[in-house]
Design a protein around this ligand. Structure first.
Ligand SMILES: Nc1nc2c(ncn2[C@@H]2O[C@H](COP(=O)(O)OP(=O)(O)O)[C@@H](O)[C@H]2O)c(=O)[nH]1
Ligand SMILES: [Mg+2]
Ligand SMILES: [Zn+2]
Length: 308
């Protein structure tokens, strides 16, 4: 028996990597399929597994999945109630965002942050394409950075295409399993290629939309980094996280809202229209950014569908 980590899945075959060895293609034992009926994939990228190797074919059979430290799920498809495990055993989640080209809305960022908060996974925001921002975009960027740093999130800015020095991003990634998310076109693949040129990922042409049609399932892929760690490139995060979180819980995952909620008159305050609401008072005082409050409300009322 050998141990390794699943770095790629195609649905029925899994690439398992042990140490510095070339990944081995593995199938799974039938029984895992029954174990987790609610998820469409019993084994996910990032899973640590025990497998047996068939010396003649060079392929393996996954016999056991080690207990997961955490995992992120999403809806298997837009119409489905089934979940897909996107990735397991993640050390941190990074959202690549852009002020423009394309626009990343605050609610998209906030949904991501609430999700990582719910899973207890540290999150960082990287704003990319700074080379394309005019004065107006830069002012916007400064304001947004102020908001997120104020809540306690790390924020980095970069131009994946033009920056000579990406050492701060390498430092962020070093020796960690990092999940990278963000809208199609924000520069995720470009950024990965810059820190690890040998990966040579396709950039630009391919839109996530073509990959996440109604009935197709796409899988995350985990790329080993030569300087230590792994990066998980997610094929679009529509329907990502949160959908199975109770409404009453949502405020827990907005750090600053959770803090101010202690001042609310009613213990079960939804912070929408109740009198004596500490959260709304904090928004009025400017202690909670109105963009953050608006994201909370639109996620709570399910109005953010189109931003996912
Ligand atoms: N101007 C500019 N273009 C960038 C930057 N990063 C990526 N791009 C371009 O944005 C497009 C989408 O990048 P890609 O890496 O494929 O985005 P992904 O969909 O998030 O993986 C490509 O044409 C890239 O060349 C950047 O920092 N500045
Ligand atoms: Mg890409
Ligand atoms: Zn309240």
């Amino acid at each position: 028996m050998r141990e390794g980590v699943v770095i790629k899945s195609t649905g029925s075959w899994y690439n398992v990597k042990s140490g510095d060895e070339t990944p081995v293609s593995c199938k799974i034992k039938g029984k895992f399929r029954l174990d987790e009926l609610k998820s469409t994939n019993p084994v996910a990228v990032g899973d640590r597994v025990v497998y047996s190797l068939d010396q003649t074919t060079g392929t393996g059979v996954i016999e056991e999945i080690k207990e997961r430290q955490n995992y992120i799920v999403r809806r298997a498809s837009n119409l489905s109630r089934q979940t897909q495990i996107l990735a397991a055993n993640i050390d941190q989640a990074i959202i690549v965002a852009t002020i423009n080209y394309p626009v990343t809305t605050p609610v998209f960022i906030d949904r991501f942050l609430a999700t990582t908060e719910a899973y207890g996974i540290p999150a960082t925001i990287i704003f990319n394409k700074t080379d394309r921002y005019d004065h107006y975009h830069r002012d916007q960027l400064d304001e947004i950075i102020g908001i997120y740093k104020g809540i306690g999130y790390d924020v980095l800015t970069t131009s994946a295409k033009h920056d000579e020095d990406l050492s701060n991003i390498k430092e962020l990634l070093r020796d960690k399993v990092s999940l990278l998310a963000g809208h199609s076109g924000v520069g995720k693949s470009t950024l990965i290629n810059r820190v690890e040129p040998s990966l040579n990922l396709k950039t630009g042409r391919i839109s996530d939309r073509h990959h996440t049609g109604r009935h197709t399932t796409t899988f995350a892929e985990m790329h080993p980094l030569s300087f230590g760690g792994y990066i998980i490139d997610t094929p679009g995060i529509r329907g990502f996280g949160l959908f199975n979180i109770e409404k009453e819980e949502l405020a827990h995952y907005f750090r600053e809202i959770f803090k101010e909620a202690k001042e609310c008159r009613y213990y079960n305050c939804t912070h929408l229209h109740e009198p004596g609401c500490g959260v709304k008072e904090a928004v009025e005082r400017g202690d909670i950014a109105s963009s953050r409050y608006n994201s909370y409300v639109s996620i709570l009322l399910n109005r953010d569908e189109k931003y996912r």
